[in-house]
Design a protein around this ligand. Structure first.
Ligand code: FE2
Length: 136
């Protein structure tokens, strides 16, 4: 059987660094906004950039997991899906005026960013190790 081991987890670290840089921009933007300000165009743009990046990054990881038949694929993908939904909901909540920028800043700093770091250190590391063992 012809099996080509072109799968590689090399993209992951770079993607994660990019994600952290995009997130830092969002947090900085939130910190600069007036406390009762309506969502600014720049915030929306930065947030959408991060969401777009995350969607593409998560899909790359999922394609890699499928290619190497990573057993906990569903658990890993479920985390991605849940977090993407939450991010999209933040944009909707800002647009609807039911979430203030400082609330979003707090959620990102106290929940999303710690989750992202944990996720990289656990799920993503486990995926990368599995790929390496498979000879990717
Ligand atoms: Fe992941």
């Amino acid at each position: 059987m012809m099996t080509e081991h072109t799968e590689s987890a090399d993209f992951m670290d770079e993607d994660h660094d990019e994600a952290m840089a995009l997130l830092a921009r969002v947090v900085q933007c939130l910190g600069e906004m007036p406390s009762s300000g309506v969502g600014s165009g720049r915030l929306r743009e930065d947030l959408l950039d991060f969401i777009e990046h995350s969607r593409a990054h998560f899909r790359r990881e999922e394609a890699l997991m499928k290619a190497v038949e990573f057993p906990p694929f569903q658990i890993h993908k479920q985390e991605h899906d849940t977090r993407l939904e939450a991010l999209v909901a933040y944009v909707d909540d800002l647009d609807a005026g039911v979430m203030e920028p400082e609330d979003l800043k707090q959620r990102l700093e106290e929940d999303f960013i710690p989750w992202y770091r944990r996720h990289c250190a656990t799920m993503d590391q486990a995926t990368a190790r599995f790929v390496a063992r498979k000879g990717g």
